[in-house]
Each structure stands twice: as structure tokens, then as C-alpha cells.
Design a protein around this ligand. Structure first.
Ligand code: SF4
Ligand code: FE
Length: 484
């Protein structure tokens, strides 16, 4: 396994083509806007080295018997699924942001089982390709991104019906030694901190969409790939001199980027699907369900930090004993633990796939994510309620550092007498960061749309809930259709 330092060194060796604020980034690992997100991923390496977290963060590989980071593991039991969620909560607590490494983990587990069943049906050899590939990822302890979301153009049209055929990533050329692909993947979490990427289709496909049924892996710096960094609310605060208080979370963050595949060659051995439209739906559904489970861990960990920050804000305001404040903090915890319960439940109810790795309970994973589209918003509302308006009207750090202004800010923005004004400012900025700032990308809008927008879960819940069986139960109890 790599140390934090070895991870960062290995990123420096990549030749990523990244653009941010209109300019090419020379060294993403040193860019002040990107660096906090790298620190979040680095935490997945750091914690794996700490004896206290060994059981949660590391595991024995099912592919090669070596000790590996759990972020590269193919789940072998429901216990592994539960530990995944606990690990994500821990990382959320340590970073208060998206730590990005789960996407590749979820992609790997989905591709592992889907390729097995695709080979069984079509006589293809994708599963072996994938096993060989993933064995290397585990041994080298790499970060792999999962690229699913196409840009989608006109949502009413299928991929092959689009005015521009590149709105979904597709195969543009089939060669003896591989394929050439073109398209873009949107909202790519953590791609600039990743060594590799696994690309998958974004929706279930029909036979006429054959060129879009494609899954493969590539190094993130493969020829023809480039990224345009996604802007985040308040991101340029990180560029201000001595940026600290105003960024809210100085050391950690997440990122997304638009990833362009400009006629990129993929060699045969890295292809995991090539035209098998009947397996696109399975791959999408499995990846989505794993990632919907993931949110029952990571968002809960961030929620823990937000609840802590809110309770501190109440302390600093001198109102920790007010009954409505106590009740609101209880409600925040109730909502947060409800999310966690869903993450744990869909893990405990998981089962083995034909390929042997473990898969979550689809219905409960979708219920988990559906709750994630709502509860962090309510937690956020309560945090803002308790924090008060100062979190968005406070003077800047530069004002606080100004000799003339500092005594006035210290005097008038003080809460309880025993707490320095600076501490109060820091905690309010942290709440602002999670609810409105850079981390809100992960805690709010991503809670809505990440791993599929709310309607996608409702469709799955509708399919999985077995209402017919429930009708039978009701009939039985009500004595309907009973033979006399
Ligand atoms: Fe992991 Fe959560 Fe970020 Fe997805 S949003 S990559 S599950 S931390
Ligand atoms: Fe996500």
C-alpha cells in the first residue's frame, strides 16, 4: 500500500491535461484551488497506515491475497459492505468533504459482476480483462475514477437519435487492436486526483445504440483525454492572500470536472463491454446502487461535522441550553442517523453476485439515496437557523487582519465572553462552507443529483417494492377472495 506521500508523488508523475479558469494547469498537485481536494483523497492513504483504523481501512484481496486499501476491494461479504459505509463515514468526519475515491470502488464492483454475467451470455472475455486490470490497481494502490454520466443533450432522445452523436460517449472506430472512443463525461468527481478512469454507459440501451454500449479503463493521462475543472461557489477565496478563515475548510475539499475524450484509443485488454447493449442496464443499475449505498456513509460523516459546528455555534452564542436549540440539534442527529441506518441496512441485506463479490440490496440502497436527496437539506436548514445571519454577513479575514478594524470586529462580533471572536468566525465560516460554499457542491446539490437524480430512485423503488405482494397480504387480512 502507498503512503500519503507516495500517493502525492505518483500524482506528480502523471501528465494530466487540466484547465481551470481558462488556463492550463501546470502542476495540479500544487494549485491552491485543487490541492484541498487532493488532501481529501490522500486521507484515504493516511488512515490506511494507522493501526487504529487497520480493520476498517485495509483488507485481504480476493484477487491476490495481499493486504490492500479497502477503497480497492471487491466486497466478499455483507460485513465488507457494512465496513465500506463505516469507512466512508469516518472519511467524511475527517475531511468534511467529498474524498472522491468511492467512485472507482463502486465502478469496480459493478464491472466485476456485470462482466462475469456478460461473458456467460455472450462468450466474451471481459471478466478476465477486468480481473487482470484490477489486480494491478490493488497491488499498486491506485485511485481510479468511475465515469458514468454522459452530457446527454436532448433528454427526450436516445443516444443514437441525438442531433450530435457525441452527446453520449461512443465507439467511433473498431480496430484489430482496440477501439477509438469520443465523447465527454460530466461531473467527474476526483478525476484530477486519479491515476486511472473506468468508463461506463450512463443508461440502459437498445440494440440501435450499440456503439454507446462501451466500458473500458484507461490511465487518466491517456492521449486525447483532457479535463475542464468545475467551479465551485466561493472557490476563489482559496486564492486570497493568507487564505484561512474565509475558506471555512482550509485543508480539505472535493472537485468535479468535465472530462473530454477526443478520439481516444483503448487497447483490447482494457475493454469490458463493446456493443453488448443488453448488459448496459445491469452495469448502470449496479454502479448506481453501490453509489447510493455510499452516500449513506460519506454524507453522514460530513453531517457529523456540520452538527458539531452547529452545536458549537450555539455554545458560542450562549444558547446551548435553550430548549428549541437542543431539540433542533436532536432533529439534525435523527436525520443524519436515519441516513446512516439506510446505508447500513442495504449493506446487511446484500447478497453474493454470480461472480462472487457482494452486492447491496437494491431497494434499500435506493431508499437510502432518496432520503439523501432530502435530509441533508433539512439538516442544512437547521444549521443555518441555529448559526444565525452572521455566517453570511461577517467581514472578511482581510478586515479582521486590518489593524484599525480588528479591535472593533473582535469587540462587536463576540458571543460568550470566554470564546475568542476568531473561533466564532471560524465555526461560522465552516458552516457556510458546507451549506453554501465549496463543500456544498458535495453536501447539497450532489446529494440531490449524484448517483442519479431523485426520480431515478423513485423508478427503482417502484420496480422493487413488490406492491402486488402487498395487495395479496391485504386481501388475506381483509378476507377478500377467500374460498367459503
Ligand atoms: Fe465518495 Fe461521497 Fe464523494 Fe461519492 S460523494 S465519491 S460517495 S465521498
Ligand atoms: Fe458522488
Amino acid at each position: 500500500m502507498k503512503t500519503r506521500e507516495e500517493y502525492i508523488e505518483s500524482l506528480k508523475k502523471l501528465n494530466l491535461e487540466v484547465y481551470l479558469l481558462g488556463e492550463k494547469v501546470e502542476d495540479p498537485t500544487e494549485h491552491p484551488i485543487i490541492k484541498p481536494s487532493m488532501n481529501s483523497v490522500a486521507m484515504t492513504y493516511e488512515l490506511a497506515q494507522q493501526p487504529e483504523y487497520e480493520d476498517l481501512m485495509t483488507v485481504t484481496s480476493s484477487l491476490n491475497g495481499e493486504k490492500i486499501n479497502r477503497f480497492t476491494h471487491l466486497h466478499q461479504s455483507t460485513d465488507d459492505l457494512v465496513k465500506k459505509v463505516k469507512m466512508q463515514r469516518l472519511l467524511g468526519q475527517k475531511t468534511a468533504s467529498c474524498f472522491q475515491r468511492c467512485v472507482g470502488l463502486d465502478a469496480a464492483n459493478a464491472v466485476f459482476s456485470t462482466t462475469y454475467e456478460c461473458d456467460e451470455a455472450h462468450g466474451t472475455h471481459y471478466h478476465e480483462n477486468f480481473k487482470k486490470y484490477w489486480d494491478r490497481i490493488q497491488r499498486e494502490d491506485l485511485v481510479v475514477d468511475g465515469a458514468m454520466t454522459d452530457t446527454k443533450g436532448d433528454r427526450a432522445l436516445s443516444p443514437s437519435q441525438q442531433a450530435d452523436p457525441d452527446m453520449y460517449l461512443r465507439v467511433v472506430e473498431r480496430r484489430e487492436d482496440g477501439i477509438v472512443v469520443r465523447g465527454a463525461k460530466a461531473h467527474q468527481t476526483g478525476i484530477i486526483n486519479s491515476h486511472e478512469v473506468i468508463v461506463m454507459p450512463t443508461i440502459a440501451l437498445r440494440p440501435e445504440d450499440k456503439d454507446y454500449a462501451v466500458a473500458f479503463a484507461l490511465p487518466a493521462d491517456a492521449k486525447g483525454i483532457f479535463m475542464i475543472y468545475g467551479r465551485q461557489s466561493c472557490d476563489t477565496r482559496k486564492l486570497e492572500p493568507n487564505a484561512d478563515i474565509d475558506v471555512g475548510n482550509k485543508n480539505f475539499g472535493g472537485h468535479e470536472a468535465l472530462m473530454i475524450f477526443d478520439d481516444v484509443f483503448v487497447p483490447n485488454e482494457l475493454i469490458f463491454m463493446n456493443g453488448e447493449t443488453d448488459f448496459a442496464g445491469m452495469l448502470v443499475e449496479r454502479f448506481a446502487s453501490y453509489h447510493r449505498q455510499s452516500y449513506g456513509g460519506c454524507k453522514v460523516g460530513v453531517g457529523d461535522v456540520l452538527i458539531g459546528a452547529t452545536a458549537l455555534a450555539a455554545d458560542y452564542n450562549g444558547v446551548p441550553k435553550a430548549s428549541h436549540i437542543k431539540d433542533k440539534i436532536i432533529e439534525m442527529n435523527h436525520l443524519n442517523e436515519s441516513l446512516y441506518s439506510c446505508g447500513i441496512a442495504c449493506s446487511c441485506e446484500g447478497c453474493a453476485t454470480k461472480a462472487g463479490n457482494y452486492y447491496v440490496d437494491t431497494l434499500l440502497a435506493n431508499v437510502c439515496k432518496q432520503n439523501v436527496t432530502r435530509m441533508p437539506y433539512e439538516i442544512t436548514r437547521l444549521a443555518e437557523d441555529i448559526a444565525g445571519g452572521l455566517m453570511v454577513t461577517m467581514p472578511s479575514q482581510q478586515d479582521f487582519d486590518n489593524e484599525k478594524l480588528k479591535p472593533y470586529i473582535e469587540k462587536y462580533l463576540k458571543g460568550t465572553d470566554d470564546v475568542p471572536t476568531e473561533d466564532r468566525m471560524r465555526i461560522l465560516r465552516l458552516i457556510e462552507n458546507i451549506t453554501l460554499g465549496t463543500a456544498a457542491v458535495g453536501y447539497r446539490t450532489e446529494s440531490m443529483h449524484g448517483a442519479g437524480s431523485p426520480q431515478a430512485q423513485r423508478i427503482m423503488i417502484g420496480r422493487q417494492a413488490n406492491v402486488a405482494h402487498k395487495k395479496e397480504l391485504a386481501k388475506e387480512i381483509a378476507g377478500i377472495n377467500k374460498k367459503k
